[in-house]
Design a protein around this ligand. Structure first.
Ligand code: IPM
Ligand code: MG
Length: 372
């Protein structure tokens, strides 16, 4: 069996973390006896520099021809002065739209080993945290009409949703809720926004088809508060593009660091996009300091959702857990506690890859030994 993976290294720390995610994928492929063919698709600031546009047609074609897309991060101050449609972020939005990946799954889970990295009081997250944000990804204010008045003194962006867009996103969220604890919270601003009222109405109609799932509604401002007050009340959260962007950063911090959170963007058909939720952190680029675990866990999501290889996805997740259990940390998740060994990007990637290989060989050596 052979799969083609389109890799988009992107900007800033993107190349640093994608390199380690590729290492993990190669390790599982090697152990499971399937082949992976990696094809680079330039996108973001790097593509702008090389081709004058943030998403060349050839990159979109490479992605369309792949089985799954592994993406690092895009953007940086170098490109901040470019007009909106040439910015690196425009490449990312074009890719999401072009691939039709309307549902973005962002799990936020506290690894027990990292419980002390959670900035909330221990009693608030006692018993752990495992929630899933299902973010709409190809509609809303990110894609609505925007503009500037001729004098430059007025600017607007439009939050616009069709019922069909809301419905297909909610279907994904309901199916996810069904497979988890059967609780779905739809987050909106229905007390103010008409588009949110359509979200609520659509969810109320759909709820009838999922009687086994308990549907609740919450305003986004309240949700932002509840996430730090009592995050354990949530299981699956479904929300719009921008609210999901904001809430997923908030949720990530509860898990200890945004450097830990992966994501999967999927549509009705075609390859999905798998990327860490963090940005390109230009100040850390090339310094071997970025935490590659979010990218490595995104590679696990790529295996599970993109290639339907759940066993191999689990192998990566287990390797990450074992490496954390052995005390290995990147700087962002280090607390200074005794027994912690702080690693750079590459060493962390190598340690995870080794843990994957050793688990496959059945050598019950601890990950701690593996790192020495
Ligand atoms: C994310 C990022 C992107 C977004 C940016 C880089 C366009 O913040 O994936 O969460 O807002 O979707
Ligand atoms: Mg974001």
């Amino acid at each position: 069996m052979k799969y083609t993976i389109a890799t988009i290294h992107g900007d800033g720390i993107g190349p640093d973390v994608v390199r380690e995610a590729v290492r993990a994928l190669k390790a599982v492929a090697h152990c499971s006896g399937f082949e992976l063919d990696f094809v680079e698709a330039p996108m973001g600031g790097a593509a702008y520099d090389a081709f004058g546009c943030p998403l060349p047609d050839s990159s979109l074609a490479t992605c369309r021809g792949s089985d799954a897309i592994l993406l690092g991060a895009v953007g940086g101050p170098r490109w901040d002065k470019l007009p909106g449609d040439l910015r690196p972020e425009a490449g990312l939005l074009g890719l999401r739209a072009g691939m039709g990946t309307y549902a973005n799954l962002r799990p936020a889970r506290i690894f027990p080993e990292l419980a002390s990295a959670c900035p909330l009081k221990p009693e608030i997250v006692r018993g752990g945290l495992d929630l899933l944000i299902v973010r709409e990804l190809t509609g809303g204010i990110y894609f609505g009409e925007r503009g500037r008045s001729p004098d430059g003194g007025t600017a607007w962006d439009t939050e616009r949703y069709t019922k069909a867009e809301i419905e297909r996103l909610l279907e994904v969220a309901y199916r996810a809720a069904r497979a988890r604890s059967k609780k779905l919270c739809v987050v909106d601003k229905a007390n103010v926004l008409e588009s949110s009222r359509l979200w609520r109405q659509t969810a109320q109609e759909l709820a009838a088809h999922y009687p086994d799932v308990e549907t609740s509604f919450m305003y986004v401002d309240n949700c932002a508060m509840q996430l730090v007050r009592n995050p354990r009340q949530f299981d699956v959260i479904a929300t719009s593009n921008m609210f999901g962007d904001i809430l997923s950063d908030e949720a990530s911090m509860i898990t200890g660091s945004i450097g830990m959170l992966p994501s999967a963007s999927v549509g009705s058909s075609g390859p999905g996009i798998f990327e860490p939720i963090h940005g390109s952190a230009p100040d850390l680029a090339g310094k071997d300091q970025a935490n590659p675990l979010a990218a490595i866990l995104s590679a696990a999501m790529l295996l599970a959702y993109g290639l339907k290889r759940k066993a191999e996805a689990a192998a990566i997740e287990r390797a990450v857990s074992s490496v954390l259990a052995a005390g290995y940390r990147c700087a962002d998740i280090a607390t200074g506690a005794e027994g912690e060994i702080v690693l750079g990007t590459r060493a962390m990637g190598e340690t995870v890859a080794r843990a994957i290989e050793e688990a496959a060989q059945g050598t019950p050596r601890s990950a701690a030994d593996a790192g020495r």
